[in-house]
Design a protein around this ligand. Sequence first.
Ligand code: MSP
Length: 541
Amino acid sequence: MIALSSATSATKVGKASYITTPIYYVNDKPHIGHAYTTIAADVVARFRRLDGDDVHFLTGTDEHGQKVAQAAANEGLSPQAFTDKVSATFRQLAEDIGASHTDFIRTTEVRHKRAVTALWQRLAEKGYIYKGTYAGWYAVRDEAFYKEDELVDGKAPSGAPVEWVEEASYFFRLSAFTDKLLAYYAQHPTFVIPKSRYNEVISFVKQGLEDLSISRTTFSWGVSLPVGEAETDPAAAPSGERETHVVYVWLDALTNYISALGYPDATDLYTRFWPEAIHIVGKDILRFHAIYWPAFLMAADLPLPKQIVAHGWWTNEGQKISKSLGNVIDPYDLVDGYGLDALRYFLLREVPFGQDGDFSRRALVGRINNDLANDLGNLAQRVLTFVAKRGGGVVPTPSGYLDQDRRLLHEAYGMLSIVRPLIGQEMAFHRYLEALWRLIGDANRYIDAEQPWSLSKTDTARMATVLYVLMEVLRCVAILLTPVMPGSMANLLHMLGVEGEDARNFHALSSSYALEPGVALPAPRALFPRYEVPPSVEEII
Ligand code: MSP
């Protein structure tokens, strides 16, 4: 018994990390924007896991509200049948783009509805909910209320059509949080990244916040409230009136981040992961995450998430992506046409996270052919086929390192400490990849300078050392690129003879895990085939 408990406590449990994607509206099929947010979150989750963290990674679907109810009606399905169907396509997408999530939440699940009701009750008990009438603009597409002066040419700033809404509603005293939020942002300068978005949030809050309508009565697809239970100001309730309120879909949706951890119960999951939460979201939904959500949590006396990371938007060949323009990008077309890892690499390498970017097939093919096939694929191919043909298909035996060997090995072993803050603190995926490509570039220059193919005729001992150094560099590169391209890097590690989870973790990025000379290697295969642009495609891109 004693031995068992000491063995358990000796097992190292990593630092808790909680990574979330937004939960996706199920009004339509998944598109590239959804894939982008999930892939970015997945890279963070995988990176941290390889770095020793204990990672909880949540994604899911946002299924209530007017927009989804309307989409269900358009298809002639009940909202439940409709959301069951569409939610399954998002679950499938997460799998098909390689997401390594540990939970998938649907807002129609009992665990979630229970949490929403509990949070509402808590806000009510604390005196932050009152009843009134909402009269103002609402955009169903954004599921958001807008003030008159926010409208642009009679539409929401997002371009979504708005309608005038006048209905009984419960309100959340958001106005009470203007100063508290500003003080919080000031004390937590990395609460929202990038900095430009942090500043944007602050200037919005500085204009002053109005109370927020948090229930709707004109449709019923949502978490319903027991009227009366939630009232904090009975005098304000029109006597005898019995409307059915459903919780405003954003209050409902944001709660997913804690309902998935077991809230309102103080579960181990909740206690361990909630304070470590990092929400990865698009810039369009930053206001909800960086203002409303922290205010709800402050009101309920719950801890705030650690950080909110906002990314930019993709356009398609220079145009805004929209259904009406018919230029929505289907992630499946890209995965089928170019390969999953190439897509993951492209999305994170092409555009600095946080900025808007333009998707074009020409740029994608350029990245595949130059970065993946030429720089990395060719290097691996040259080294591994040479080892297979001239080195007897086993890990070569090095003898006596020269300065240039040591320099390159040193660069490879030191890479993690250089790139860790780029993912850990800045979410600068493009710089992370750039740094790795500098190493790959140095390895390419090294092979050209050392010419192992000439050494095979003059100095086979030196040839073996050069090949060994290159294989070591490839091993480090493959481990570090695994979060971005898990499938192809697993292939590369296999070709290098690196098997087993332990040897593929970041702690293996040192000479103590160096390849063992003499170990037999599998036959090498091409990693990233070049993408030849057929003339017909060339014409249209
Ligand atoms: N349901 C809400 C989120 C609730 S989270 C508590 C929602 N869903 S969504 O399906 O409309 O969008 C989810 C994500 O997709 C957002 O992060 C959004 O930024 C992202 N994208 C949608 N279109 C996009 C692009 N064109 N480019 C990049 N990402 C975009 O909002």
